[in-house]
Design a protein around this ligand. Structure first.
Ligand code: ZN
Length: 155
């Protein structure tokens, strides 16, 4: 089974046909860049209480960074914050595994298409590409809902 090439197709498909792309109404907006690769993303979050109503974005850069934003939109929109944080932490764990984690069924159930980035974790320079939109989401969420990050910025 050529898992790597299947994963590459998933990433390429999200890159060519991004889900939920475009900026829509939001509670907070952030702009994050990954200077080592030249990736950029502008991301907005919209919350309905603690439920994620929308994650909209515009960006440019490599296929990994842009596909990752599309996967994030798929995974997080409609979720409760606690569940979304669990997904984000699982994805972070996978991306920081340096290729040591082989996603199992349980992980695939949480991450769905995001398991396609497993192979990317072997390349430290590309890990930042894959995490760009997820860090942007975390930052935007802190600004929208308050928290340590938001407090630090206004201090
Ligand atoms: Zn990149």
């Amino acid at each position: 089974m050529k898992l790597d090439s299947m994963y590459q197709e998933v990433i390429l498909d999200h890159y060519k046909h991004p889900h939920g792309r475009g900026l829509r109404d939001g509670d907070a907006e952030v702009h994050h860049v990954n200077p080592t690769c030249g990736d950029e993303i502008t991301l907005r979050v919209k919350y309905d209480g603690t439920r994620i109503d929308d994650v909209s974005y515009e960006g440019q850069g490599c296929s990994i960074s842009q596909a990752s934003a599309s996967v994030l939109n798929d995974l997080l929109v409609g979720k409760e914050l606690a569940e979304a944080q669990k997904i984000q932490e699982t994805f972070l764990e996978l991306m920081q595994s340096k290729g040591r984690i082989e996603p199992d069924d349980a992980m695939e159930e949480v991450l769905e298409d995001a398991v396609a980035f497993a192979g990317v974790s072997k390349y430290p320079a590309r890990v930042k590409c894959a995490l760009l939109s997820w860090m942007a989401w975390k930052d935007a969420t802190a600004q929208a809902l308050g928290g340590a990050d938001a407090e630090r910025k206004t201090a």
